[in-house]
Design a protein around this ligand. Structure first.
Ligand SMILES: [Fe+2]
Ligand SMILES: [Fe+2]
Length: 380
């Protein structure tokens, strides 16, 4: 399958904005018009991203994109419904940075030309994702595992240098299976000058409007995960919270004992028992994982369960979370930095092009508004 560049489309929506991305447009002026207002940008050519701001929440609109060669593309968009109450906190997640990786694809044959960029693609992808999250206004970054390609001092040094580039961004970090593929004996006590440590059990942080909990689901040297070791502490941290709960894990919670898709995560009934218990102590909680490098959403009772794709392969994303009194909005955004998009557009050709369709999920898998359970101020 020959995979062309991605088409011009709406990749993400928030309550008041929409992200338009494209894989290949001619250089020159590109104009975005909606509701009688228009903005123009000078595009260098190739892939790109533009965020249309100041859209009304929970509304339908049509964005008209006019390319440098005069082609007009109409993009219907529906912004997220804003949960009831004041906006309280913004935080971001990233996962599957795989710092130290040099190749990608089913046969690991995809790579960049030597010397094309100063830094390898996983570093550029992660750095740009964090920068864009900070610019968006994230007050906390949750790194949901597979930060390093291997449990290796060189990869962890790379990770330390990266987190040191953002000294003002509070961070929480959990390991993924790649971070402990040598048995978890080499996990550093602290990364970089800031001595950011991997959570080896359960940690939480109370922000305005939510409790953020992270937990280590790895089984050293195994690809799959478990909540067995952390479940009691995790449930306790959720039960004791005075606000709604967001849980960040590396491994996805499978709906079945045998995985219906790969890689293996946390099998049922372990996964479903955990979600049942979480839903009992914190109805309406949110659980989000990485590991699958794909975007996906489902509900387990009234617990929202999401998977968010990797920073470093198509589509190359980070998760934007806006917390309100009455709920939370998740918007998975593509990282728009040009050298990152050059790589992520190339990496979509993986697995004979099937990756281009598999990984992004639907817009509804990436962007949604979730009302905290028990909230009686339901929005229309
Ligand atoms: Fe990964
Ligand atoms: Fe993983």
């Amino acid at each position: 399958m020959l995979t062309a560049a991605s088409s011009v489309g709406v990749f993400a929506v928030g309550p008041n904005w929409a992200q338009i991305t494209w894989g290949d447009l001619s250089p020159g002026v590109v104009t975005f018009a909606v509701g009688g207002k228009s903005t123009s940008i000078e595009h260098a050519g190739g892939p790109g991203s533009y965020v249309v701001e100041d859209l009304p929440a929970g509304s339908s609109a049509e964005i008209t994109v006019t390319t440098a060669v005069g082609k007009t593309i109409l993009l219907p968009v529906h912004t997220l419904t804003e949960p009831w109450g004041r906006p309280l906190t913004k935080f971001a997640t990233i996962s599957d940075l795989h710092l130290g990786a040099l190749r990608w694809g089913f046969f690991k044959t995809m790579t960049e030309p030597e010397g094309r960029f100063d830094d390898p693609y996983p570093v550029r992808c992660a750095r740009a994702a964090i920068s864009e999250a900070a610019r968006w206004g994230a007050e906390l970054l949750v790194i949901k595992g597979d930060a390093a390609q291997h449990e290796d001092p060189d990869c962890f040094d790379m990770l330390g240098r990266l987190v040191d580039e953002f000294p003002d961004m509070p961070m929480m970090l959990i390991p993924g299976n790649h971070d402990v593929d040598d048995g978890a004996v080499g996990l550093p006590d602290g990364l970089g000058e800031r001595r950011l440590a991997f959570a080896t059990g359960v940690e939480h942080l109370d922000v305005d409007g939510a409790r953020i909990i992270v937990a280590n689901t790895t089984k050293p040297r195994y690809g799959s995960g478990t909540v067995a070791e952390v479940k009691d502490d995790l449930i306790q941290a959720a039960a004791e919270a005075n606000s709604p709960v967001f849980v960040g894990l590396h491994h996805q919670l499978q709906t079945t004992r045998t995985p219906r898709y790969y890689p293996k995560g946390i099998p049922a009934p372990e996964s479903t028992d955990f979600l049942d218990e979480l839903g009992r102590v914190q109805p309406g909680a949110v659980v989000s994982s990485g590991h699958t490098h794909r975007n996906r959403v489902r509900y387990h009772g009234d617990v929202l369960v999401t998977e968010v794709a990797s920073t470093k392969d198509w589509p190359g994303v980070w998760g934007a979370y806006a917390v309100y009194e009455g709920g939370i909005c998740q918007s998975v955004r593509r990282t728009g930095e040009p050298s990152v998009m050059e790589w992520t557009e190339y990496s979509r050709r993986a697995v004979a092009g099937l990756w281009s369709r598999w990984s992004p999920g639907r817009l509804e898998d990436r962007c949604l508004s979730h009302v905290w359970a028990g909230d009686t101020h339901l929005v229309g």
